[in-house]
Design a protein around this ligand. Sequence first.
Ligand code: BES
Ligand code: ZN
Length: 592
Amino acid sequence: MARIDPHSYFDDSQSRTRSWRLKLHVDFSRKVLHGTATLCFESAAGGFLDLDTKALTIIGVVTEAGAAVPFELGPEEPILGRRLRLRVPAGAKEVAISYETSPEAAGLQWLSPEQTEGKKHPFLFSQCQAIHARSVLPCQDCAVARVTYEAEVTVPAALTAVMSAGPAGEAAAESGRRIFKFRMPQPIPSYLFALAVGELEGRDLSPRSRVWAEPATIAAAAQEFGETEGMIQCAEALFGPYDWERFDMLVLPPSFPYGGMENPRMTFLTPTLLAGDRSLVSVVAHELAHSWTGNLVTNATAEHFWLNEGFTVWAERRILKALHGPEAAALAWGIGQKDLEEALERFKDKPELTLLRTHLEGVDPDDAFSGVPYEKGARFVVALERAAGEERFDLFVKSYMKRFRFQSITTEQFCAFVEESLPGLLAKVDAPAWLNGPGLPQAAPRFVSRNLEAISALALGWNEGRRPDAGLIARWTATEILIYLQRLPREMSLSDCAELDGALRLSKRGNHEILAQWLYIAAGSGYEPAFDRARLLLLKVGRMKYVRPLYQALGQTAPGRKLAREVFAAAAPTYHALTRRAAQSVMEKYPS
Ligand code: BES
Ligand code: ZN
């Protein structure tokens, strides 16, 4: 018996599922999925098979011959959920599990029509990373156990279903329903399983890329993401051929808890990216880059999450550098530097969560989530890149992709491959300090940009009365404004708040990164003229990146706490479970 993942009952000495065949009914009135998940084995199976489940009702299990398969659901474990142990008869090629999800499934959010742009139809979306696939279907919920899948999804006739898969036509359905068929021929880890159902419209961006959104949003989405094909070509030049055939995207309703999620063939995106000026498309570059770093070569478990995110942030900035030049890339590194400092500050009492190679037995991966694997991880990759030289490192990255294509690996496997390909490189950069030590190593790479220094100096001089002049402000791009705001004091006088808001017209910004940065300052300073805008954001937007720090900043003053409690009471029922938990954990630390 060998369990290899602290977050899964997956046992690599048991039969391995190679593919899934799903028949799912989407029931909006009861907020459940119900149907069958058929798990097909690599070779004829037999013996115990341990699966992950969370909040699932298991109705029955049979083999392809119709023989009942005895099963036992273990006790509920707080992070893992319940182990589903099947006793598979010898020689079985597949087991069909009839089951139903719970309305509280952590991996699904069921939206009322009021929570959509169109206000007419309900919406459903999944978010399986890190370990929520088990609340959507019973499975070996560990990234090492890759599967291909086929699915038939029955939905109300007015709605469209999309998945992290290719469309495979429609099947005949009873009246008032539609059955969408899908096929995912490339093997994926369970966390990349994805489904969304809503009133959706698609718009082609290029022969291999399409964006989906609600009808009210589709034109803006097609305009915002018009550069996608150029990004794909740029990424192929850097990292090798795109292996997933299509790169489609779905713009979700605003409660989506992340900026983006790299579901293969169907990246999920927050509508807060629709700034109108393409200034936030680096998130698309990031999710696209995961097609190589993450989806082709995948972290074996959440303890190696930096392999996914650190490499992808590095890759995202290589794409940015190729498309928009080194200066643009340096500014992105500058924004990341600040994110990293904030993450290290947030975990100052939990330094063990600032290692790249983490140890997460008993820790919920959602609680370990921070900017550390992203920004420290990306800096480690740059340290390797600089020590090897860009040309040699680019060749290394391509051979790394080839070697571990469609595999899920550990930090230790990564290091062994580096040592084999570029002997001595790990020692040269003191890899153990990066991987097994807390915080950021002294010798971490720096990114120099005169522009970045100048904007930082201006912001750091705020309390001494330094101000950008109107001409400079007018020339600033969205990224430059963001850098400036990130570096201003988190608390300032009410008159300074008014001056800042007036000079930069902050309360009226459609760019959510800028708007959020402003609201952190305004909330932290108790600047009540901005409270209405903060309320609006917290009522509508569920993206945790904004929601957590905004509740945090509101906690600094008594009027802020009053607003936070009032807004949370109204918004909590509409938040995604993850967002609700994040907001709650911040508010629990408010002084009473
Ligand atoms: N895969 C992540 C999102 C994620 C990570 C979801 C862990 C659940 C658990 C995605 O690729 C991501 O990193 N999104 C970022 C955007 C990015 C530009 C840093 C986000 O959501 O902000
Ligand atoms: Zn990512």
